[in-house]
Design a protein around this ligand. Sequence first.
Ligand SMILES: NC(=O)C1=CN([C@@H]2O[C@H](COP(=O)(O)OP(=O)(O)OC[C@H]3O[C@@H](n4cnc5c(N)ncnc54)[C@H](OP(=O)(O)O)[C@@H]3O)[C@@H](O)[C@H]2O)C=CC1
Ligand SMILES: CC(C)(CO)C(=O)C(=O)O
Length: 297
Amino acid sequence: MLVGIIGGGSIGLLFGAYLGQEHPVTLFTKREEQAQGIKKNGIFLYSPEKEGRAVQVNASFEKESLTEQDVIIVAVKQYDMPELKPLLLSIPKHIPLCFVQNGMGHLDMLHGLPHETIIVATVEHGAKRLDDQSVSHNGAGRTNLALFKGHANLPEIFPQCTDPHFPVTVHNDYYTMMIEKLVANALINPLTVVFRVKNGRLVENPYYYAILKLMFEEIYSIFPSGNKEQSFDQVLRICTNTKNNTSSMLSDIQAGRKTEIDAILGYILKVAERKGVKLQTVQMIYVMVKGIVLERS
Ligand SMILES: NC(=O)C1=CN([C@@H]2O[C@H](COP(=O)(O)OP(=O)(O)OC[C@H]3O[C@@H](n4cnc5c(N)ncnc54)[C@H](OP(=O)(O)O)[C@@H]3O)[C@@H](O)[C@H]2O)C=CC1
Ligand SMILES: CC(C)(CO)C(=O)C(=O)O
């Protein structure tokens, strides 16, 4: 299966390295020098259990060969999606597109795409790009997939990977799947920014944990999906599995990039407002992240 990946950041490189072991992968990058480096040397995959190894993949700065792919995984940040839209519209409608973004902010845009099959994914791995060709797999989780649009059989159109460190699970209900991950990101990402810590410290430090729990109570009152205890356990599981990772939002802050705060906490606050509910802790953490961003800019 010919796999195209748009975006050579933490997740694009991680997916490229795992899927590239079993499929011809082409990574479509924003910068020419990144594509050249990957074409020459491959992607270096590091993980705590294994020594770094290179996986050969193709890479391209030009986007013409997007039209030759069997499936395309879009691994740019949610805030880069509007700029990417013209490119996505130029991809033939029969090619399935898969979106891995955290938060819910991109879903409106997906409604406007003409493609017959659109997949959404929630990624529970912790990954951090070390440089243009290297990624550290800082916490093995799983990738959850669900159909957002279309009738395809997901295991047939999404590339299989037999590596036990890269499991993929298929879900029937995309909305529930995404809300579950939204809750985890709403707690982990902003709190790691405010406290400047890796994910694991949020459960290891009892004071950070107390805020995590307080925020969870507020968010669960807005999205009471499934059993409350199980829902909180799922957040703790993701936090623990990715304990050595720097969250994507803290990475954004450290690199002086925009953050996905509006697609994550901003979305939750809007839903709460529509329901006439005030989420005091969530509101405070949202404002704190916005303030930190302003200070860096
Ligand atoms: N990192 C993590 O552990 C996890 C991240 N996620 C989610 O996955 C998504 C991707 O995150 P992550 O990989 O961390 O983000 P990164 O910022 O590491 O990577 C985003 C990449 O997209 C590239 N890009 C931006 N615009 C374009 C474009 N027009 N064409 C081609 N490439 C483009 C950037 O290029 P350039 O390098 O030039 O800036 C960058 O390489 C996010 O929504 C995040 O929330 C989900 C789970 C875990
Ligand atoms: C899974 C987790 C929490 C990994 O850090 C993530 O989604 C992110 O950083 O955006």
